[in-house]
Design a protein around this ligand. Structure first.
Ligand code: CMP
Length: 139
């Protein structure tokens, strides 16, 4: 089925001017960028977005990192987009990410790992609604 998933190009990647290189990987894999905006998250916004992780030891560092520079939030559309995007991104830890994946090629470490992608269809709907109004998603 055609799905939508939420992607974030993280501050380590925008800082190194990798937005276009990452978008090229999505498009080459058949994912369509149907919404996109560059924003600088506030601490409150980052804490809310990553709320499921608030008890994890990396939460404080994650919020500091995600607010350290601009991010590019995007909606990707395509056949099985949620799983396909996770495949293109590779494992959270770039040391474990398969060759050719975004994280293997671009991530700095397990925290500054260049991209976020929704982990399931229900999470995707919730995460897309966090960043975008329906009118901003143009398929
Ligand atoms: P993401 O897929 O956006 O989901 C949670 C983020 O927390 C993760 O990518 C990393 O940026 C960050 N993170 C930092 N340390 C860890 C860790 N040990 N395990 C998982 N995620 C981590």
């Amino acid at each position: 089925a055609i799905e939508h998933t939420l992607s974030i190009i993280k501050p380590d990647a925008t800082r190194r001017n990798l937005t276009g290189a990452i978008n090229a990987k999505f498009e080459a894999a058949g994912l369509r960028i149907v919404a996109q905006k560059r924003i600088h998250l506030t601490k409150a916004q980052a804490e809310t977005f990553y709320g499921v992780h608030k008890e994890r030891p990396f939460f404080g560092g994650l919020v500091t990192f995600m607010t350290s520079g601009p991010v590019v939030a995007q909606v990707l559309e395509g056949e099985g987009a949620v799983a396909k995007n996770r495949e293109i991104m590779g494992a959270t830890d770039p040391k474990k990410a398969a060759a050719g994946t975004i994280r293997a090629e671009f991530a700095e470490d397990i925290e500054a790992n260049s991209v976020h992608g929704s982990d399931a269809a229900d999470t995707a709907a919730h995460e897309i609604a966090f960043f975008f109004a329906g009118i901003e998603i143009v398929g």
